[in-house]
Ligand binder design. Structure first.
Ligand code: FEO
Length: 170
């Protein structure tokens, strides 16, 4: 049996991951509207990854005999007023998600729930990658985004991103 607090936090994380998917879908829509199909593609795939994260959390609860309860997903509330905005909001959001994963990890550690800690190890590593790629996008935009050729090249680079299923399976 999972500890009640650990189970509650994982259940809440399902909602947070679905919100992340919603947020990145909103970013994808914004960039598509701006004519940047590559940036739009990047965030569309990111939204798919976030949904995968939610599914992994859900499956983990089910494997442990816990019934997940789904709550309303909040509306994306970021006001996007420029091309840099989604990138900066995305980086801040990933830092926040890292703190949430760390909170679940700490709760699992407190009750010696080594199984959940092992499950979360994948997410800890994933957050490192997600923060790094968000930070890299900001840096590249600062370096190349003010020049139309640079922006075109960045957009072409992000257009090549393809979806891959998560390496963690349950
Ligand atoms: Fe599911 Fe971007 O963290």
């Amino acid at each position: 049996m999972l500890d009640t607090k650990v189970a509650k936090l994982i259940n809440e994380q399902i909602n947070k991951e679905l919100y992340s998917a919603y947020l990145y879908l909103d970013f994808s829509i914004y960039y598509e509207e701006q004519g940047l199909d590559g940036f739009s593609n990047w965030y569309m795939i990111q939204a798919q990854e976030e949904r995968d994260h939610a599914m992994l959390m859900l499956k983990y609860l089910q494997q442990n005999g816990v019934r997940a309860t789904l709550d309303a997903v909040a509306k994306p509330d970021k006001v996007l007023g420029g091309l840099m905005d989604p990138l900066k909001f995305g980086f801040e959001h990933e830092q926040y998600v890292t703190s949430l994963i760390n909170d679940i990890y700490a709760a699992a550690y407190d009750v010696r729930d080594f199984r959940t800690m092992q499950f979360l190890d994948w997410f800890v590593k994933e957050q490192l990658e997600e923060e790094k790629s968000a930070d890299d996008m900001i840096k590249k935009m600062e370096l190349f985004g003010n020049d139309s050729k640079g922006l075109y090249s960045l957009d072409a680079e992000y257009a090549t991103r393809v979806y891959t299923a998560p390496s963690l399976t349950l």
